[in-house]
Write a protein that binds this ligand. Structure first.
Ligand code: RB5
Length: 142
C-alpha cells in the first residue's frame, strides 16, 4: 500500500500519479488534500509520514510546490526517510543507499512526464542491503 499526500501546489500532479498507479495496478491510500484550495503542507506530510512509520503503508509519495516543505515535515517523524528527488538517478540512489521510504516531488520543479519516471524508479528500485548503508541508516535513527 502506498500512502499519498499533497498540498494545493501538488494536487494536479498527484492526479497524474494516481492515474499512473491505477494503470500499474498498485494500491494506494490518499491522505489528501482533495482540491486546489490552499491548505498547509505540514498536515499532509505528517499524515503520510505517520502511515509509513506505523507500517500501515510500505511507501509514501508526497507532492507540494517545491517538494521541500512537505519533505521537511515528513522527516520529523521517526522512522521516515523522505527523499526529495528531481531526477531518476537520485530516486534510484536514495532507494539503494538510504532505503528511502517516502518520495517527495516538487510539482513546480519537474514536469509530469519526468515525475512519473521518478515514481517508477523509486517504486521499483530495491535497497542494496549493503552493510555500510545499513550502518549509516541506523546512525540516522539514533
Ligand atoms: C505553497 O504555496 C508552497 O509553499 C508549497 O507547496 C511548498 O512549495 C512548500 O515547500
Amino acid at each position: 500500500m502506498i500512502a499519498l499526500g499533497c498540498d494545493h501546489g501538488g494536487y494536479a500532479m498527484m492526479q497524474e500519479v494516481k492515474k499512473y498507479l491505477d494503470e500499474c495496478g498498485l494500491e494506494y491510500k490518499d491522505f489528501g488534500c482533495y482540491s486546489e484550495e490552499a491548505v498547509d503542507y505540514p498536515e499532509y506530510g505528517k499524515k503520510v509520514a505517520v502511515a509509513v512509520a506505523s507500517g500501515e503503508c510500505e511507501r509514501g509519495i508526497l507532492i507540494c510546490g517545491t517538494g521541500i516543505g512537505i519533505s521537511i515535515a515528513a522527516n520529523k517523524v521517526k522512522g521516515v526517510r523522505a527523499a526529495l528527488c528531481s531526477d531518476c538517478f537520485s530516486a534510484a540512489a536514495t532507494r539503494e543507499h538510504n532505503n528511502a521510504n517516502i518520495l517527495a516531488l516538487g510539482a513546480r520543479v519537474v514536469g509530469a512526464g519526468l515525475a512519473l519516471k521518478i515514481v517508477d524508479t523509486f517504486l521499483n528500485t530495491p535497497f542494496s542491503n549493503d552493510e555500510r548503508h545499513i550502518r549509516r541508516i541506523e546512525m540516522i535513527e539514533d
